[in-house]
Unconditional design. Structure first.
Lengths: 221, 200
């Protein structure tokens, strides 16, 4: 357990000393969403209709943008090699790195979402639901993303490969999360969507660290 | 008696057969130097011994523990071509994390290790500001900290000046006198006692 905390603390420290690494995706999230009213229509009715989709799609792209860096820096300087050969369980180390990634990307998105929701004229109840879906699903985005990131870590100029690998796995999350927010706007029940998001989270929490560890070992061979 | 046993190891990379049926064993206190031309498989052999990559055939064990078992991995210290330092962290933080990965908390010894390797006063310097030789020295400072009995060093003398080479040779000799095993690859002549050689 100690090594989990050490790894988490190390990753957070490194990110805070090089803030552009995690601020860029967040800036993208804010800027992209604030451009939609300018391009489509500043009218409250139109914006509140498309707000759940816009916020969720942009969130997903922002997370995707941040995933390339998840293992790349440690791969380039050789620390990842030391993690793989250490006697600590590799899934635990990767879970720590993924947790750090969520704290730097997913959590800030959750915290920024009420502001952006209000800017797109979401009512306060829907904003609550939006935050809830983001809180439930952004950890899954980081966990599933870690699998993709560990698969492509040895490949130079991987470019679009990560998106092609990961986006199909993100689609169920996108569907359930944005439909939960849309339904909340009409006061319909959203428990089914929330149950699905929660089960995806538990599934990815159980599976992702092990699959990522396997993928990483293969990438480093 | 602790013994590192390599049994009928074969390694293939791409279309090249690097080595076949390679067997040797090392007992406590022995130093093995692996020599060979570029591309002869020195690094591949060390990576297999470190548990980083798999061999086509054969097995590796130390004290009856198979390679890639957590007991085996705890007993080895591997140093590859890459510096294993994060530029955003200072020397102390880098060494502290590496020692945590090794399983011991060496915070009290880091200062002494840096002085021993000739980097006095660099404790809080960011790794990004160090030269290639200094980075090499910082990683080699781990050799003064860690307690692993088997050292696997891939080209440890690269980028070091004559003074650094002398310090490193002294430390490897000390490790072997204390009953440790060291396997290293190098193209340079080195001054190590009781050294065996293996040509690939």
């Amino acid at each position: 357990m100690n090594i989990f905390i050490q790894t988490l603390a190390r990753d957070l420290k490194m990110a805070l000393r090089n803030p552009s690494s995690f601020l860029n995706p967040l800036l993208f999230f804010v800027i992209a969403i604030s451009l939609f009213p300018l391009a489509i229509s500043p009218e409250a009715h139109t914006l509140s209709n498309i707000a759940p989709g816009i916020i969720w799609v942009t969130c997903m792209l922002a997370v995707l943008l941040s995933l390339n860096a998840l293992f790349h820096t440690d791969y380039d300087n050789g620390v990842l090699e030391q993690m793989v050969i250490s006697h600590h369980p590799l899934p635990l180390l990767l879970l720590a790195k993924t947790t750090a990634h969520w704290l730097l990307t997913g959590l800030p998105i959750v915290l920024l979402s009420p502001l952006l929701g209000a800017a797109l004229f979401l009512d306060s109840d829907s904003i609550g639901v939006l935050m809830l879906t983001l809180l439930l699903a952004t950890p899954s985005l980081s966990l599933i993303g870690a699998i993709g990131a560990s698969l492509i870590v040895g490949i130079k100029n991987s470019g679009m490969l990560l998106s092609l690998l990961i986006l199909p796995l993100y689609v169920p999350i996108l569907i359930f999360a944005s439909s939960a927010v849309s339904q909340a706007q009409f006061d319909l029940s959203i428990s089914a969507q929330l149950y699905f998001l929660a089960s995806i989270l538990i599934l990815s929490l159980m599976g992702s660290p092990f699959v990522s560890a396997l993928a990483l070992k293969t990438s480093l061979e | 008696m602790s013994e590192l046993i390599v049994n009928e190891l074969s390694c293939q990379r791409g279309y090249n057969n690097l080595f076949n049926d390679l067997s040797f064993s090392l007992t406590a206190g022995e130093i093995l130097r692996i020599s060979g031309t570029n591309g002869s498989g020195k690094t591949s052999l060390l990576k297999i011994l470190a548990g980083l990559s798999g061999a086509e055939y054969g097995n590796v064990s130390y004290n009856q523990n198979q390679v890639r078992s957590s007991e085996y991995q705890k007993d080895i210290f591997y140093l590859g071509h890459l510096p294993a330092l994060s530029p955003e962290l200072c020397c102390r933080e880098n060494l502290s994390y590496l020692s945590h990965l090794q399983g011991d908390n060496a915070n009290d010894h880091i200062r002494d290790a840096l002085i021993a390797i000739g980097l006095k006063g660099y404790e809080y310097e960011y790794a990004a500001n160090l030269s290639a030789g200094q980075k090499r020295r910082v990683v080699l400072a781990s050799l003064f900290i860690n307690k692993a009995p088997v050292w696997l060093l891939d080209e440890p003398f690269t980028a070091l000046d004559s003074n650094g080479i002398a310090i490193l040779e002294k430390q490897i000799n000390k490790h072997s006198n204390n009953g440790g095993i060291c396997i290293l690859t190098t193209h340079q002549d080195c001054n190590l006692s009781d050294m065996r050689s293996l040509s690939l």
